[in-house]
Design a protein around this ligand. Sequence first.
Ligand code: ADQ
Length: 457
Amino acid sequence: MGRLIAISNRTAADPKARAGGLAVAVWESLKATGGCWFGWSGELVDEIPRGTSVYRDEGVEFVLTDLTHDEHESYYLTYANRVIWPVFHYRLDLASFDSEAFKVYSAVNQRLANMVADRLVPTDTVWVHDYHFLLMGDALRHAGWEGPTGFFLHIPFPPPEMFSAIPEHHWIARALCAYSVIGFQSERDRANFERYLVDQCGGEAHEDGRISVFGTTTRIAAYPIGIDPAGFVEAAHSPVADRAAERISRFLGGRELVVGVDRMDYSKGLPQRFEAVGQFFDDHPDLHGKVSVTQIAPPSRSKVEEYQELRLELDQLAGRINGDHGDLDWIPLRYLARSYSREELAGLFRIARVGLVTPLRDGMNLVAKEFVMAQDESDPGVLVLSQFAGAAEQMQEALIVNPHDRHKVADAIHQALTMPLEERQTRWRKLRDIVVKQDIAWWRNNFLRDLEPAIPA
Ligand code: ADQ
């Protein structure tokens, strides 16, 4: 195979974007294969820029463009984050449809496609990532690129009834099918897209996973994303992790730790999780003072109104729970609205008795996998996992919960805290085996193997 070319909105060139799941996954892939990463520089300018910034880091070439203020507002903040993100996370109620913003979204896809196509050579393989670039496959064809182009959607794909609420749904679906391979996180997402193409576009699904529609044939499949398990184990035993674990142990003073780590986003189910924690303390007065819940959730996209409201809601809920249940020497729910390094998080996971991963919808959720890898076999913690995270398809040995049901989540926290060692070990070994086997390399190789037949000999 020639060079791997990745395209995503934010790249690992931007340290602020490195915490995101996509950046972690793509960065590992490019370092392993060598290649080039196109995306947004993170800078805003007044006029459409003519040039790009290019530099190299760890053998990866970054080619970045600035966005204009208008592009940022319409393509990124409005269309990607207030139309596609909510609808794809099953939140039609939060969508602000805007056909003018769609035009800018489309224009940005084309502008970047032109920039990429100028630098491609025939042996390249192009791999586009995520919901900012649904139209990029089509845009690359318009820019003259005829080689293989894969697309991986990191977020869920909604049921057709929801997808078709987007006024531009047909346009988006048609453009998507210009990709040679379209990858989803889970079987549920793949089936949703197939059902849309078959029911609403007259598509014909073939047994081998390809689908013929809009006069073309494309492969659609689920490729659940993984992590670098050995790297995470190493992070969990690094000096930085040791120091973080020591600091939190001092704070815990012998109490059991229940931990949640998420970007602050309404898809992550944080208010519902806080309610469940309140319910747990209501149900178990005997455990007051013996368990401490720590939630880490740094704000993201804080310019979008819904995120500001979410922040307020979480502040209020945490205040109420601590007001109701806290004591002079005990804070039941600690909520830290800031980011921590991967090593610090790994240290925190390592000493936690329970990991709470309860999104209302999530493409995959890498925290679930990281939590598992950070545990020690001799005394592993228990994962409580939402049935609505893509990870639930692979991680059935977790305690699977409906995040909307605060009583059941509260019960699962209790079950996790009281689970006998032997059961914890049995569940953990099965989870570890899956996370190790279906890791980031497995994900990348599966995807690229399916993309390769599309590469002309
Ligand atoms: P995200 O929504 O960002 O990713 P997730 O899969 O959990 O969600 O990945 C987050 C990554 O960022 C993890 O590696 C985690 O450790 C790190 N992280 C989270 N909170 C952090 C914090 N407070 N400080 C520092 N680091 C933090 C999107 C999709 C997911 C999908 C991934 C990868 O929404 O469903 O799993 O892409 O495809």
